[in-house]
Design a protein around this ligand. Structure first.
Ligand code: IMP
Length: 199
């Protein structure tokens, strides 16, 4: 069985591959890296669900007879009015590197002199089965934003995100931690449970 994932984010893809390999090794994971002629649609929705749906529907139109999954995720910081939210990937500009997004985040918290560093990662996943039925799975990881970056693992805002009940950032805690506790791991676990029941 094939599962097409509508992402070209290598950090996300590595996480998905590890999660599926462990639970459903018979599934072949394919991504936009395996579909070089595919052109991604603009992510112009107003919510994580809108954007996940846009990505899933667009890929499903090209791969109609197989399982297709898209995920939209991001970081919400209370002291910044829940920004960057759906703008997480492009917070510092359209082609911003992870390090630039992180630098902007720390700067904005400093400018706002906000003491409220409470934050959460959100993940919204939209799946289409080969029959075209839509399923939605969500995951959340709560924590806070660190004052400075720390750690080498992961991607995105991992170097400044300290999960609840931890003292280290996700980038220090590493993949083992993320694959058990992250927003993406929770949403994926729900999807895998559903998949197992349908295979
Ligand atoms: P998307 O690919 O449009 O869903 O953008 C997701 C963005 O949210 C990423 O580029 C990261 O900036 C951020 N993000 C989502 N999940 C994570 C995570 O697990 N760790 C760190 N940053 C994340």
């Amino acid at each position: 069985m094939e599962l097409w994932i509508a992402t070209s984010n290598r950090g996300k893809l590595n996480e998905f591959k590890l999660l599926f390999e462990k639970e459903l090794p018979q599934i072949k994971i394919l991504s936009l890296a395996d579909f070089p002629t595919y052109s991604s649609p603009p992510e112009n929705g107003q919510s994580f669900l809108d954007n996940a749906r846009i990505k899933a529907r667009s890929l499903k139109a090209m791969k109609p007879n197989t399982w297709v999954m898209a995920e939209d995720s991001g970081l919400e910081v209370e002291g910044l009015g829940n920004l960057p939210g759906i703008h997480s990937a492009r917070y510092a500009g359209p082609k911003a590197a992870d390090s630039e997004n992180v630098a902007k985040l720390l700067k904005m918290i400093q400018i706002r002199s906000s003491a409220n560093r409470a934050a959460q990662f959100q993940c919204c996943m939209v799946v289409f089965n080969p029959q075209g039925e839509e399923m939605i799975f969500n995951g959340v990881l709560k924590g806070q934003i660190a004052k400075t970056t720390a750690g080498q693992h992961g991607f995105g805002y991992d170097p400044v995100f300290i999960p609840e009940n931890e003292t280290k950032t996700l980038a220090e805690l590493g993949m083992g931690y993320k694959n058990k506790h992250s927003h993406r791991a929770s949403a994926t676990a729900k999807f895998i449970e559903k998949l197992k029941a349908s295979l």
